[in-house]
Design a protein around this ligand. Structure first.
Ligand code: ADP
Length: 201
């Protein structure tokens, strides 16, 4: 657990509640937490789901790994402790978006089960874990950012799946096999879960 440093701070209740904001948006807030190896399709799927929801006039926001590392988390690297802090902060940000009644989608490798649990435990009722699964060989063949090539050449250390571990989810709400399903099919699966949970009508 991260230590509370500041003292003399008071929690202020919002004047406009989450409930009211959700009524305004016409759907519930929720976090769709995409986890999986690099190249497994997290960003592609998160953005495709956001696009589908946008067509349905839902309010969405994608929290994407590399983008967050350009700003909020620019002081964090890929050591185990930095990865923990990376996910802790994202978990908190995701919860804020949920409180704002927004369907937020995260696209982080988030390789450690314990860290994903921390993010889940922040908002257990509104957390949908989606395991974007593809064989390492599939991810490596895709290699959209050329990172596997660098990792295999030893130019990139601590790369998940090569010389850093990935702990596959055991109780994800959904597993999408991106090696077998098309992007629209993966999106369909996620939309189904959102309907089933009453996030969208
Ligand atoms: P990640 O965010 O997990 O690192 P990306 O979304 O950046 O992965 O890259 C995944 C690559 O795989 C993209 O080039 C995408 O077009 C391709 N791809 C092929 N089929 C799928 C699928 N069913 N779902 C997601 N991505 C897919």
């Amino acid at each position: 657990m991260t230590e509370q440093k500041a003292t003399n701070i008071t929690w202020h209740e919002h004047v406009i509640s989450q409930d009211e904001l959700e009524k305004l948006h016409g759907h519930k807030g929720c976090t769709i937490w995409c986890t999986g190896l690099s190249g497994s399709g997290k960003s592609t799927i998160a953005n495709a789901v956001a696009a589908r929801l946008y067509e349905m006039k839902a309010s969405t926001f994608v929290l994407d790994g590399d983008n967050i590392r350009h700003g909020l988390n620019k002081n964090l690297g890929f050591s185990p402790e930095d990865r923990v802090e990376n996910i802790r902060r994202i978990g908190e940000v995701a919860k804020l978006f949920t409180s704002a009644g927004v369907v937020n989608l995260t696209a982080f490798i988030s390789p450690y089960a314990a860290d994903r649990k921390i993010a889940r435990d922040l908002q257990p009722q509104s957390f949908v874990e989606v395991y974007c699964y593809a064989d390492l060989s599939v991810c490596e063949t895709r290699d959209p950012k050329g990172l596997y090539k660098k990792a295999r050449a030893g130019e990139l250390k601590n790369f998940t799946g090569i010389d850093a571990p990935y702990e596959a989810p055991e109780n994800a709400e959904l597993v999408v096999d991106t090696g077998k399903l098309s992007v629209p099919e993966c999106v369909d699966e996620i939309i189904k879960v959102l309907r089933k949970r009453g996030v969208i009508g």
